[in-house]
Design a protein around this ligand. Sequence first.
Ligand SMILES: [Cu+2]
Length: 155
Amino acid sequence: MNEERKGRLELYFVAAILVVLLGSAAANYAMIVANPNSVPSDTQPIPAGSYVVRVIATQWTWSFEYPNNTTSVGTFTVPVNTSITLVATSVAGAQGSAVIHDLLIPQMDVQIYAVPGQNNTVTFEPTHTGSYYFECVEYCGEFHYEMRGYMEVVS
Ligand SMILES: [Cu+2]
């Protein structure tokens, strides 16, 4: 195969890849624009009467704000048999910058991203009192492993 033919073949190959990628991007974009509500989102509406706990993630602490304006750090407490809504965000802390965190409470089947500039919500209802382990499951820097604690469900 001469050099000129090799060069033309390579050009066709690159052009074919571009056509496939751009076609796929256009199809995806058209699908997202046509179905805005089918795009996965962490944000659910807050049900009326739900007990709202504001979750603020920093590098590397979880802070919680309750409806009565009190706060806690590292652990949080919620009432049993009550609709609980977590509203999560991430801000720059004393030590670091605003990065993405992800709060997972495995026994509650609850997971919520804490994203800078967003207020993601998740609603659930604990039906048993007790301590429920939670942790950050999005690698968020050097002391990521310290972002764990317990949700206390009380009567
Ligand atoms: Cu984190």
